[in-house]
Design a protein around this ligand. Structure first.
Ligand code: PEP
Ligand code: MG
Length: 606
C-alpha cells in the first residue's frame, strides 16, 4: 500500500513549505532538479517555451492538426450515419462544428503567439477553461457538454502527435512528474537527460521503471496527488533508495541531499573495471549471469563486460523508438549490432511484445484489459506480415555468428510454438530461394502465463530453451496488475503459487535438458536471486546495474543454504509466512549481505 506521509515544514511562506512524501522507490539513486509536469494520454507532453522564430512553425503544426482532426471526424461521422441511418445529426458532427467554428482555434493560436508556448500546452490551457466553465453550469444537459470538449481535446492532442516525435528538449535538470509514464514517452525524454521520475501510478515491474533502472534514473512511484501539489518549475529532490520526494526543499535539506546526489552521480559512472568473472557460490555452484538490455548505446560493449551475453533484448524498444514498425533493414542492422556486441556469447532477442494500445490512433477502441488482450505472440499472429519481417530480419542478422536466439512472448499453448516453427521454416525457404544467407537460430519460449507453467514439459519439448518471465508470471498468477500501484500490496513475489511455479519450470528445464534463463526483475534483486538459486536456477538475466550487487550475493552464499530456505518456502502456506521466513533466515545466516532495511517489509527493496 502507498505510504503517503506528508509532513509540512514551513520555510518562509505557505507556498514554499517543504513537503516530504514517502511512496515506493522503483529505481535507485538520488537526484534533485526542477519539476516538469507531463500531461496527455496517448501522447504525453509538457509545457515548452518557444523562441520567437519557432512560433510560425508551431501555428502551422496546430493548423495541420485541426485539419487532420476534422478529416477524422468527418470520416467517423460518415461511418456512424451509415451504421444508423435514423441519426440525422450525431455527436461527431457536433465535434466537427466545434472545430469548424473558429472560436476555439483562435483562442489556442492566440495563446501560442502571445505566451510563446507549444501547441499541446495551449490546447490544454484553453480547453481546461472551457471544461471548467461547462462544469459550473447548473443545467445538467449543458453541464455534460464538458465531455465533448474532453473528446475534442484528446483528438487534437493525438493529431498534434502525428504519430511522430516532438523535437523539443526538456530543460536541463528536469525531474519528470506524471500520473503515469509510458515507455515511449520515457524513451523520447531520455534524449534530454532528465534527473528523475516521479509518478502517481506504476509498479516495480512496470516497463518504464525497468528502463529507468537500466539507465540509472532515480524513480519513485505511488505518489498520490503529486500533480496537484507540484508545478512545473518547482524545486524537488527525489530519493529512489527509500522512495522519498521532497518538494520545495529548505536550504538545509537541499545541502544534505546535494552531497548524496553527488555521491550517486559518481557511483553511477560506468565501471571501467567490470570483469566477467565466473560467479560461483561458496560451495562451488556456478551461476551464469546475463544482461537484460534495451538501450544499445555507445558504452554498451564496456558495460556488458560484466555479463555472459544478453539474456533478454526486448525488441519492442525499436517499435517504441520509431512509434512504428521498423523496416526489415532497420531490424537487420539493429540485431546484427547486438550479435556483434555479444561476440562469442549469445543474445536472446524477444519478438515484439506489443499490444494495440501502443499502435491505435485516435478514434480506435481501447482494449478493456490490455494485459489480457491482443499482445505478444497473439499480436504477432494477427499481424503476420510484420511477424514474418521480424523473423527474416533475425535469421539474416544471425548469418555469420549463429549466436542469436529468438524468444516468443506470452506463450500459452504449444500450438503457438508449432505455428512459429512453420513460419520460421517458410521464411528460411524464402531466403534460400532469394539466395540470402541466414544463420542457425535457437528458439525459446517465455514462460510467464500460468497455463504455460502447467504445460511446461510439453513446451520444453518443442524449444531449445525457456525464459522465465517472473514479472508477468506474478501478475497473471495472482491476477494483480503490475502497473497498478493501488494493488502493489497484492503483487507478492514470495506467494507460494509463484515459488512453486518457478520450481516447476526449473525442474522441467532440467528433465528436458534445456536451459532456463530467469529474466524477470526477480533475477536482478539480491534477495530474490538467492531464492532463485536455492530453487535451482543457474542462469539469471538482469539489468546491467544489478550485476555487481547480485554478484556479491552469489559469491557470498552457499547453494546448500539457499536450497534449504527454498525448500521451506515451497512448503509455506501464505506469502506472509514466506516473507517472514526470508527475513528471519537471511538475517540469521547472511547478515553480512542483508540488513532489515533491504529485506521484504523493509524500506529498500528495489
Ligand atoms: C517478464 O514478464 O518477466 C519479462 C521478462 O518480460 P516483460 O517484463 O517485458 O513483460
Ligand atoms: Mg513479460
Amino acid at each position: 500500500m502507498t505510504d503517503d506521509n506528508v509532513t509540512g515544514h514551513f520555510v518562509d511562506s505557505q507556498k514554499n513549505a517543504e513537503i516530504t512524501i514517502t511512496a515506493r522507490a522503483v529505481s535507485r539513486g538520488v537526484s534533485n532538479g526542477r519539476v516538469v509536469c507531463l500531461y496527455g494520454n496517448r501522447k504525453q507532453f509538457y509545457r515548452v517555451f518557444l523562441q520567437k522564430i519557432q512560433i510560425e512553425g508551431e501555428l502551422e503544426r496546430f493548423r495541420t492538426a485541426v485539419h487532420l482532426a476534422k478529416l477524422q471526424l468527418r470520416e467517423i461521422s460518415r461511418q456512424s450515419v451509415a451504421f444508423n441511418k435514423e441519426t440525422k445529426i450525431n455527436i461527431f458532427d457536433a465535434h466537427y462544428q466545434m472545430l469548424e467554428d473558429n472560436a476555439l482555434s483562435v483562442k489556442i493560436e492566440k495563446l501560442i503567439e502571445e505566451k510563446k508556448v507549444n501547441a499541446e500546452w495551449a490546447v490544454k490551457i484553453v480547453t481546461d477553461s472551457y471544461i471548467a466553465n461547462f462544469k459550473s453550469i447548473a443545467d445538467t444537459y449543458l453541464r455534460e457538454r464538458y465531455i465533448d470538449v474532453e473528446d475534442i481535446t484528446e483528438r487534437l492532442l493525438n493529431a498534434l502527435s502525428g504519430g511522430g516525435k516532438s523535437n523539443f528538449l526538456l530543460e536541463k535538470n528536469s525531474v519528470i512528474v506524471a500520473r503515469e509514464i509510458k515507455p515511449s514517452t520515457l524513451i523520447e525524454l531520455i534524449a534530454s537527460a532528465p534527473k528523475a521520475i516521479v509518478t502517481e501510478i506504476g509498479g516495480w515491474t512496470s516497463h518504464s521503471f525497468i528502463l529507468a533502472r537500466e539507465i540509472n534514473l532515480p524513480a519513485v512511484t505511488g505518489v498520490t496527488g503529486i500533480l496537484r501539489r507540484a508545478q512545473t518549475g518547482d524545486e524537488v529532490i527525489v530519493d529512489g533508495f527509500i522512495g522519498q520526494v521532497i518538494l520545495h526543499p529548505s536550504e538545509n535539506t537541499f545541502k544534505k541531499y546535494q552531497a548524496r546526489a553527488a555521491q550517486f552521480q559518481k557511483a553511477k559512472a560506468p565501471n571501467s573495471n567490470a570483469r566477467k568473472e565466473k560467479l560461483i557460490t561458496l560451495d562451488g555452484r556456478q551461476i551464469t549471469v546475463r544482461a537484460n538490455v534495451d538501450f544499445i548505446d555507445q558504452q554498451i560493449r564496456q558495460k556488458l563486460s560484466g555479463a555472459s551475453g544478453i539474456g533478454l533484448y526486448r525488441s519492442e524498444i525499436l517499435f517504441n523508438q520509431n512509434e512504428n514498425f521498423p523496416t526489415e533493414q532497420e531490424q537487420i542492422q539493429a540485431y546484427r549490432k547486438i550479435a556483434e556486441i555479444v561476440g562469442t556469447e549469445r543474445a536472446a532477442i524477444r519478438t515484439f511484445d506489443i499490444g494495440p494500445e501502443q499502435i491505435s490512433g485516435a478514434g480506435q477502441e481501447k482494449e478493456k484489459n490490455p494485459a489480457l488482450g491482443m499482445r505478444g505472440i497473439r499480436h504477432s499472429f494477427s499481424n503476420l506480415e510484420h511477424f514474418r519481417t521480424q523473423i527474416r530480419a533475425l535469421l539474416q542478422a544471425s548469418s555469420k555468428k549463429n549466436n542469436i536466439d529468438i524468444v516468443l512472448p506470452m506463450i500459452s499453448d504449444v500450438s503457438e510454438i508449432i505455428l512459429t516453427k512453420k513460419i520460421l521454416e517458410e521464411e528460411k525457404q524464402n531466403l534460400r530461394e532469394r539466395k540470402i544467407e541466414f544463420g542457425q537460430i535457437q528458439l525459446g519460449a517465455m514462460i510467464e502465463v500460468p497455463a504455460a507453467v502447467l504445460i511446461v514439459e510439453e513446451i520444453a519439448g518443442e524449444v531449445d530453451f525457456l525464459s522465465l518471465g517472473t514479472n508477468d508470471l506474478v501478475q497473471y498468477l495472482l491476477a494483480v496488475d503490475r502497473d497498478n500501484g493501488t494493488v502493489a500490496e497484492w503483487y507478492k513475489t514470495l506467494h507460494p503459487a509463484v515459488i512453486r511455479s518457478i520450481k516447476k519450470v526449473l525442474e522441467a528445464g532440467e528433465s528436458c535438458n534445456i536451459p532456463v534463463i530467469v529474466c524477470g526483475e526477480m533475477a536482478g534483486s539480491p534477495v530474490y536471486a538467492a531464492i532463485l538459486i536455492g530453487l535451482g536456477a543457474v542462469e539469471l538475466s538482469m539489468n546491467l546495474n544489478s550485476i555487481s550487487r547480485v554478484g556479491k550475493t552469489i559469491s557470498g552464499i552457499a547453494f546448500e543454504e539457499a536450497a534449504q530456505i527454498a525448500n521451506q518456502l515451497l512448503r509455506c502456506r501464505s506469502a506472509e509466512d514466506g516473507e517472514e521466513l526470508v527475513r528471519q533466515y537471511f538475517l540469521q545466516k547472511w547478515s553480512h549481505l542483508f540488513t532489515p532495511e533491504n529485506l521484504p517489509g523493509g524500506k529498500i527493496q528495489n
